[in-house]
Ligand binder design. Structure first.
Ligand code: SF4
Length: 159
């Protein structure tokens, strides 16, 4: 798969504020997984630490992608924010190599961190696996309720 993104090891520029992990969990790239089949991704989700989220396109199509799960969140979670369930008082509980690419590419900038592997790039990379992700959403119950519909509307409206 295409482009390589620069990853940042922990540095003194990370002030450990944890804002990144408390606002929205990190998004996974397809390159974070060895087996991108339905069964392969399902077995990763079954470990209980991954959610399926989606980006609402302007035509309201859903572009699914995977990210770390939020505390008390379901598998299918069109969330606008939450605290990552991997966050502990000592920082991320995952070994660095198991963290989502969206986390590993975050550039520490003293509380104003940003990364070049954006959610938009992420959802575009997942497009070729949309059939598998749709099947998983169907299996885990869709969870498309009023809150999900409102989140979709706001995401498109505010973009
Ligand atoms: S996986 Fe780890 S680094 Fe990424 S958002 Fe969650 S706690 Fe933070």
């Amino acid at each position: 798969m295409g482009k390589k993104y620069k990853e940042y090891p922990p540095t003194k520029d990370c002030i450990g504020c944890g804002k990144c992990c408390k606002r929205m969990s990190g998004h996974y790239s397809p390159t974070d997984f060895k087996d991108l089949s339905y069964d392969g991704l399902k077995s990763e989700i079954e470990k209980g630490r991954i959610s399926v989220d989606w980006w609402s396109e302007v035509d309201r199509e859903k572009s699914y992608y995977l990210r770390a799960r939020h505390i008390d969140a379901p598998v299918v979670d069109p969330s606008w924010g939450g605290i990552c369930m991997n966050l502990t008082k000592n920082g991320c509980s995952l070994p660095r190599e198991e963290r989502p690419l969206g986390c590993r590419t975050l550039k520490p900038e003293k509380g104003k961190c940003d990364g070049e592997y954006s959610k938009e790039i992420c959802k575009n990379e997942w497009k070729q696996y949309s059939d598998v992700l749709e099947e998983l959403v169907e299996y885990y119950g869709g969870a498309y309720d009023v809150i999900g519909a409102l989140a979709d509307f706001l995401e498109v409206f505010l973009r």
